[in-house]
Design a protein around this ligand. Structure first.
Ligand code: ADP
Ligand code: MG
Length: 349
């Protein structure tokens, strides 16, 4: 494959190449790339802004994350943060720091993912910055979104008795990562081995190419259902539940049998000797939305195919309980990915 050095284009040539296909779709985007700054017209709405940085070796591993997926994911996870405020995303800026290890063609791939995500979500790329890096790749995305008057939702508005709701299904992204890690180990010991990823496409997509739930934000608006508090699930359900509890000054009761998992994720967790519930609680990177609603809105959420009511908020901020499938009360724990592996080892021994 052809390899064009970044140097041969220079900074401005590179920016032009990566951004020349950019189109503006949003009426609020008055001026995009090419000037000193972009100009946005919120037309009386409120502007929501969020930034996330992704660093090679910390947030992604290029030995299994294709650059196109990485570009897509970098945008999608930022749009997810905008959704978590009950807003709809409208613009992004993308800043990159790259070392000479990367060719222009590699950056084309990265930006193919960025442009794809912008097209899928109807969001405009309106700026960014380009820098060299002495080691590795860094991508910073800033997302902007708009929300009507009083509709923005923070983490802190939940009330005792509010119902806790989660979108979609949980644990898939974590199990996708487990499959990728397994194949990476196999590959490192026998570089000619072909990775065995077949059948796992769904969970690999969940890990490599997560989606932001703009669809749910639109449907909540159609239902006239305004959450009382909301957060997106980047670290894992339990950890995000703890954030909502801390911000709202409340406790929580969760029901294990209400947690949504898709059958393939469940089976893969079992095959890996992992507890599917632990994968849902602590897996992370599902980018689903977690929110609370008033009990008066129960009927609106109850039969919605994308929503699961998984528990409720408690007055006592020190009580955070999981009711297991057997009806036992256990303290809810927020453990990271390492925690899953450790408790798995403890179960084995
Ligand atoms: P400045 O010197 O004012 O920072 P730049 O030369 O860095 O301007 O950028 C020129 C234009 O290209 C600006 O509109 C900027 O937002 C945009 N831009 C620069 N780098 C990127 C990038 N990696 N992705 C998207 N847009 C970019
Ligand atoms: Mg610049």
């Amino acid at each position: 494959m052809q390899r064009t050095e970044i140097e041969s284009l220079g900074e401005f040539g590179l920016i032009r190449r990566l951004t020349e296909q950019t189109v503006l779709r949003q009426p609020s985007s008055l001026l995009g790339i090419g000037d000193d700054a972009a100009v946005i017209n919120p037309e009386g709405k409120r502007v929501v802004v969020s930034t996330d940085m992704l660093c090679e070796g910390v947030h992604f591993d290029l030995s299994y994350a294709p650059l196109k997926h990485l570009g897509y994911k970098a945008v999608a996870v930022n749009l997810s943060d905008i959704c978590a405020m009950n807003a709809l995303p409208t613009q992004v800026t993308v800043s990159i720091a790259v070392s000479s290890r990367f060719s222009v063609e590699a950056l084309d791939e990265l930006y193919a993912g960025v442009h794809k995500a912008c097209a899928v979500y109807g969001v405009d790329l309106v700026g960014g910055d380009t820098s060299s890096s002495t080691s590795g790749l860094m991508i910073t995305v800033t997302a902007l979104g708009l929300v009507d008057g009083e509709q923005a939702v923070s983490r802190s508005g939940a009330k005792a008795g509010d119902l806790l709701v989660v979108t979609g299904e949980l644990g898939g992204a974590y199990m996708g990562l487990q499959v990728l890690e397994r194949e990476k180990v196999v590959f490192q010991s026998a570089p000619t081995a072909q990775p065995d990823l077949s059948g796992h496409e769904g969970i690999l997509e969940r890990q490599l190419k997560p989606e932001a739930r703009t669809d749910v934000i639109r449907e909540l608006a159609d239902l006239e259902l305004k959450p009382t508090s909301m957060i997106d699930i980047s670290d894992g359900l339990a950890s995000e539940v703890f954030h909502l509890c801390a911000s709202s000054g409340l406790g929580v009761k969760l029901y294990e049998d209400k947690l949504p998992i898709d059958p393939h994720t469940y089976k893969t967790a079992r095959d890996f000797n992992l507890d599917p519930t632990l994968c849902m609680l602590s897996g992370g990177e599902d980018y689903e939305l977690l929110f609370t609603i008033s009990q008066d809105d129960y009927e609106k959420a109850r039969n919605h195919p994308k929503l699961s009511v998984i528990g409720h908020m408690l007055e006592d901020k020190d009580e955070k309980t999981l009711i297991t499938k057997n009806g036992l009360e256990t303290p809810l724990k927020a453990q990271g990915w390492d925690g899953i592996q450790q408790s798995n080892k403890a179960e084995e021994s």
